[in-house]
Design a protein around this ligand. Structure first.
Ligand SMILES: *Cc1c(COP(=O)(O)O)cnc(C)c1O
Length: 637
């Protein structure tokens, strides 16, 4: 880290922006974060400007910003890269990507993806009946595919048949044998049969959080013996002609490119061998798994990937071609079901810091009192000695020891409350002094951890982790977090981020630092009186956007949909605003009746008015106030 003036390059390095952003976010000369939906052109959209426009339209923080251009750009990138690699490798098949709706089911997201993908015949994947209902309504391009995964009942299969009847290219992927029997029965009844796919159960697992999606003990897919039985079954019922696709999915966020190579090796052999025993396959579906480099380390960390989108595609095309050529089988069309990589970058959550919890700032007198407990005296001596001798190592050890002894003494009842407070205050003063005195490299790791823990504060953020970043709580997913302004100023302190739910798990305390690796605190700027300090949580467009829940009845967040516009003075316009849930919305989903609630409260107020304890004028405004709170946003204003 430089000792001189702090520049935006220092911030870029500290927050790793260039590494995780795929070029979609940069730091502006003015020290503000901007979105650059078209990374090649330098027109940027200052996130601060978007917040301002949103406020003008009545939407306060927390706020989800969707950059629809980024969504389009990712769809284009996937399709164009496939086309390029297919041309370069002289590959015989075509690419037919499908977007898996479960990754972000928001209508606007699905619509935008379908629209951006229409010229590439990019389709949709559904994994449940409601998702299939949306795919039937929105994937109207008859040249793109609709791939159906997940467990299926008769109605699910009837919907697939409906899709086939209206001319859609439907592929029903069989996850378990009984689905095949049901499908064959129903197709006899309705006189049409959708294309059939078979999901293979592979021995390869995608290393990382989702490795149990693959492997022999996976929840889905047919074993090799079941695949042979399925082919025989279809032959017997004269439906083998419908078996067009082989599918596998070894897990989401595949961190290591080796897993992809291995899966292609195994999968393409199964494909070829199925051909040889009579399956007229034409499509090879590699499922999802294309990962996102959330921490920006380009590694096999759970939150990272050690490959690029182009490495991924090259390995698929090249691997499949090699095996097919060896087996003398025609190159199949390739399908991918990438969801995370398509949507993660396009949305972010913006929240404001509403306050700070910092124990080191409390001023408490530690003056000597006659007859005080000797632990207090000892602690004071440690501090005096540190002032004089600068022997920090000894002071550190003693201070930690006395602090821990004092807790025991307090529990035994031999230390007064005021004495404990003095010891804690002195301990923090000592740690602060040591932290300022000693360069980082002289500490041992556990000392650094203790110092960081004791000295860092917490910034309180106006949002709920459970609603807006649930994977950071549920599976320790690392998401990039960056202050939106003052990035040309050195961040002078470190802080964990606590949300406003009454849940101690409601916090973000895992961040990546290029110098120190993963740590509990984020580098932040000192708060200024009267100035709002906003931070962004990025790469929330996949899963986070839709999986959140209403813990503490904090509801959906306000949303703006932004498009870049090079003719606009600020470089963008807000195409749509979607107000977040009001208190009455979330109460209604929990079976409350807001009208009845307002009525009951009004009746109680009226009673007090009748008794004369509340003045009639005040009674009216109390009723109005209760009703206006029912209508308002669930977050802090
Ligand atoms: C979840 C899922 C996907 C999407 O995976 P990503 O890793 O988000 O690309 C694709 N296919 C199937 C069968 C899935 O279950």
């Amino acid at each position: 880290m430089t000792n001189g003036t702090w520049t935006i390059d220092d911030s870029d390095r500290l927050y790793n922006v260039s590494k995780w952003s795929n070029g979609y976010f940069k730091i502006d000369e003015s020290g503000k974060l901007k979105a650059t939906p078209n990374p090649k052109k330098d027109v940027g959209i200052l996130i601060d400007d978007v917040i301002e426009d949103a406020k003008e339209q009545g939407l306060s923080l927390p706020l989800v910003i969707r950059f629809h251009d980024i969504l389009r750009s990712q769809v284009k990138l996937l399709n164009r890269t496939f086309q390029k690699v297919i041309d370069e490798e002289d590959y015989g098949g075509k690419f037919f990507g499908v977007y898996p709706v479960k990754v972000n089911q928001m209508r606007e997201v699905v619509e935008e993806i379908v629209d951006a993908g229409s010229r590439y015949n990019y389709g949709l994947e559904a994994g449940s009946k409601p998702e299939l209902l949306s795919a039937l309504a929105y994937n109207t391009n008859i040249d793109s595919l609709t791939v159906l995964n997940g467990y299926k009942d008769r109605d699910y299969l009837r919907l697939a048949i409906l899709g086939t009847k209206i001319g859609r290219k439907i592929f029903v992927v069989i996850e378990k044998f009984s689905e095949l029997k049901m499908l064959v029965e129903l197709s006899k009844e309705y006189g049409v049969i959708p294309n059939i796919g078979i999901r293979g159960r592979m021995t390869v697992k995608g290393r990382g959080k989702w490795e149990s999606s693959g492997g022999e003990k996976a929840k889905f897919g047919l074993t090799t013996s079941e695949i042979i039985l399925a082919i025989e079954y279809l032959k017997k019922h004269k439906k083998l002609g419908a078996l067009k696709l082989f599918h596998f999915h070894i897990g989401s966020q595949i961190t290591d490119i080796r897993s992809i190579k291995e899966a292609i090796e195994e999968g393409s052999r199964i494909y070829c061998k199925m051909q040889k025993i009579g399956a007229p396959l034409e499509y090879f579906d590699v499922g999802g798994g294309l990962g996102v480099d959330y921490d920006g380390t380009n590694s096999t960390n759970d939150s990272s990937i050690n490959y690029s989108i182009s490495d991924y595609i090259t390995d698929i095309v090249y691997g499949l071609k090699t095996v097919c050529d060896l087996e003398n089988v025609e190159h199949p069309h390739i399908i991918t079901e990438s969801g995370r990589a398509m949507t993660a970058h396009h949305s972010c959550v913006i929240t404001n810091i509403i306050g700070e919890i910092d124990n080191t700032k409390i001023e408490f007198s530690t003056k000597k009192k006659t007859g005080e407990h000797h632990l207090v005296t000892e602690m004071r001596q440690v501090k005096d000695l540190l002032d004089k001798s600068k022997n920090w190592q000894e002071a550190y050890n003693d201070s930690v020891k006395i602090k821990s002894d004092s807790i025991h003494a307090f529990k035994l009842g031999i230390l007064e409350l005021e004495e404990r407070a003095k010891i804690e205050t002195l301990h923090l003063q000592i740690l602060k002094q040591i932290n300022n005195l000693v360069p980082d490299e002289d500490f041992q790791t556990e000392q650094i951890a203790e110092l960081e823990n004791s000295l860092s504060g917490q910034y309180l953020c106006n949002f709920s982790v459970f609603q807006s970043a649930c994977d950071s709580w549920a599976i320790e997913q690392v998401l990039p977090v960056v202050p939106l302004t003052r990035l040309n100023e050195r961040p002078s302190k470190r802080s964990t981020l606590a949300d406003i739910t009454c849940d101690s798990d409601g916090k973000i305390d895992r961040f990546y630092d290029p110098d120190e690796g993963f740590k509990k605190t984020l580098s932040v700027h000192e708060l200024k009186e009267g100035e709002q300090y906003n931070i962004g949580i990025f790469l929330t467009g996949a899963y986070q956007d839709v999986m959140g829940d209403m813990h503490n009845l904090f509801g959906r967040v306000n949303e703006v949909h932004v498009y870049a516009d090079k003719h606009d003075p600020k470089g963008f316009y807000i195409e749509e605003t979607v107000p977040g849930s009001s208190a009455r919305n979330v109460l209604s989903t929990m079976q409350y009746n807001p009208e009845y609630m307002a009525f009951k409260v009004k009746r109680s107020i009226d009673k007090q008015v009748a008794r004369g304890t509340i003045r009639p004028r005040d009674g009216v405004s109390l009723v109005d106030f209760y009703e206006s709170c029912l209508k308002s946003y669930t977050y802090l204003s």
